[in-house]
Design a protein around this ligand. Structure first.
Ligand code: PLP
Length: 398
């Protein structure tokens, strides 16, 4: 492959070389089962304990509140299903938002099939869930609220602390899918007033297939996997020791470099946003200008077929996305873009660019150049665009 510019860090991130280096010994010489009684197994157990301690510290929690899982989807499934099951006797009402990841939305649909009543809150035009709306949606039968910390398509950072203040006042469980936020922005479970938080290692330069669920002490929920005594009997199965160690290393790296990365990435992100809005006619930014993830830029280009644009960018060596990885390849418009009021026609021309630590200003210049070139080409072939031009005149024609 020639030059590749990877701007799909919301889908997954490259595994950091330091992470791989930290994991290798747990595949090679330190392969002992953490549950074994001999010292050799203890080496693995200690490695897990250490990671648990660090992950807990990174979000202001205690080690016994961290449960290792097989990633973000599992953490979300566990949180929602377990609260539904354990508090089903108290009520059957769950509140979430229309812009959640499918790991939450599809779990809610599953729960609906099983007799639960789910309210899917509307968001405003920038993708914010309004805390007042959460409050208004509460019922005596409400047992759970689940709102993501930051959206994976449009990058909007939700007012989690304000929502958490409401749920904690009413004693309602509050879960947040922090898969896009953990490792990118500072998070503290106490400041945010959350009872449960999901995260996934491969979104912060860790390995795929490993994540964690934070469960606040005292908010006991039933186990997700039945079997052995691992994860304090809540999630059975021999631990993914190399994965957990890798996630621990990635978490450390993410937090050590966080403030620097936030500054660097948000500067490049803003440069990208302003360049696109300036250089590409009929373009708009999705999501909020300010309260957005440092690495997220999400656009809609009118009179453009997003999938075609993605293919052209791919030929230019650029990895980008039309939105969430789960919706790409599907004909349906993104549920997130629909929820912020973008019509289907416009939503088809969506493009998400998510930066990483390796992204440079030169990359951005090249990407903007390619988007400009390719959107011009596509529009020349678009009947709707040509018609519109006849009526309005092309804005760049001087
Ligand atoms: C990626 C993602 C998930 C799923 O995480 P996996 O580890 O891939 O299962 C869930 N929620 C959000 C917001 C995500 O971005």
């Amino acid at each position: 492959m020639e030059r590749m510019i990877y701007l799909d860090n919301a889908a997954t991130t490259p595994t950091a070389p330091e992470v791989i280096e930290a994991m290798l010994p747990y595949y090679e010489e330190r392969y002992g089962n953490p549950s074994a009684v001999y010292e050799f197994g203890n080496i693995s157990k200690n490695a897990i304990d250490e990671t648990r301690k660090y992950i807990a510290e990174s979000i202001g929690a205690s080690p016994q509140e961290i449960y290792f899982t097989a990633g973000g989807s599992e953490s979300d499934n566990w949180a929602l299903k377990a609260v539904a099951e354990s508090l089903g006797h108290r009520g059957n009402h769950i509140i979430t938002s229309k812009i959640e990841h499918h790991a939450v939305l599809k779990t809610c649909e599953y729960l609906e099939h099983n007799g639960y009543d789910v309210t899917y809150l509307d968001v405003d035009e920038n993708g914010f869930v309004r805390p007042e709306m959460v409050k208004r949606a509460l019922r005596p039968s409400t047992i759970l609220v689940s709102v993501m910390t930051a959206n994976n398509e449009i990058g909007t950072i939700e007012p989690i602390a304000r929502i958490g203040m409401i749920t904690s006042r009413y004693g309602i469980r509050f879960h947040t899918d922090a898969v896009q936020a953990y490792g990118q922005i500072p998070l503290n479970v106490n400041n945010l007033h959350v009872d449960m938080m999901s995260a996934s290692a491969h979104k912060f330069n860790g390995p795929k297939g490993v994540g964690f669920l934070y469960i606040r002490e005292g908010r006991n929920i039933p186990p997700f996997v039945h079997g052995g005594d691992q994860e304090r009997k809540n999630r059975a199965g021999t631990e993914n020791v190399p994965g957990i160690v890798g996630m621990g290393k990635a978490a450390r790296l993410a937090h050590e470099t966080m403030s620097e990365r936030i500054e660097q990435e948000s500067r490049l992100r803003d440069y990208l946003i302003y360049s696109i809005l300036k250089e590409v006619p009929y373009s708009r930014l999705n999501g909020d200008f300010k309260k957005r993830l440092p690495n997220n830029a999400d656009f809609c280009f009118d009179y453009i077929d997003g999938p075609s644009l993605l293919v052209m960018l791919d030929m230019d060596g650029i990895c980008a996305s039309a939105g969430s990885a789960c919706t790409s390849g599907q004909e349906e418009a993104s549920h997130v873009l629909t929820a912020i009021g973008i019509d289907e026609e416009r939503a088809r021309g969506a493009l998400r660019l998510t930066l990483g630590a390796a992204t440079t200003r030169e990359d951005i210049d090249y990407v903007v150049e390619c988007i400009k070139k390719n959107t011009t080409k596509l529009r020349e072939k678009s009947e709707a665009f040509c018609k519109m031009q006849l009526i309005q005149g092309y804005p760049n024609k001087k």
